[in-house]
Design a protein. Structure first.
Length: 128
């Protein structure tokens, strides 16, 4: 019985909503044909490449910071009160591991040679 009471107000709302609706308008876009020069001017790809030395140094420094943090944790847990040794060992191990990881990362990116804008434009103005 209560469902029947809700149907009548809901139907009245639907009828009132359609009565207040405005006229339907369509949007038309003017299409202009694009030439090859316009398309080449719009498509730009920029890729930043770091040098292998920069990759190795950055990863080694981050590894050293992570090792220093781990060394500080070991120094807090241990009861021998030799903070300097724990921090130095952690930072040294982190530098070594980070440097090795950076060398592997730099070697993995060695096959991706940067092209730059000059090389890519000469490819586009040729023909496919």
């Amino acid at each position: 019985m209560s469902k029947k009471l809700l149907v009548a107000p809901f139907a009245a709302l639907l009828v009132a909503g359609t009565a207040n609706a405005g006229t339907l308008q369509t949007l038309r876009l003017a299409e202009r044909p694009q030439t090859a020069d316009q398309l080449a001017a719009e498509v730009v790809e920029v890729q930043a490449h770091r040098s292998p030395g920069q990759i190795i140094v950055t990863d080694a420094l981050y590894g050293g910071l992570a090792g220093l943090a781990i060394g500080a944790g070991v120094a807090l847990i241990s009861s021998d009160h030799d903070w300097g040794k724990d921090l130095a060992v952690g930072a040294g191990a982190g530098l070594l591991v980070g440097g090795i990881y950076g060398a592997i990362d730099a070697a993995a990116n060695a096959d991706r040679a940067p092209t730059g804008f000059g090389h890519s434009y000469s490819l586009m103005k040729g023909g496919f």
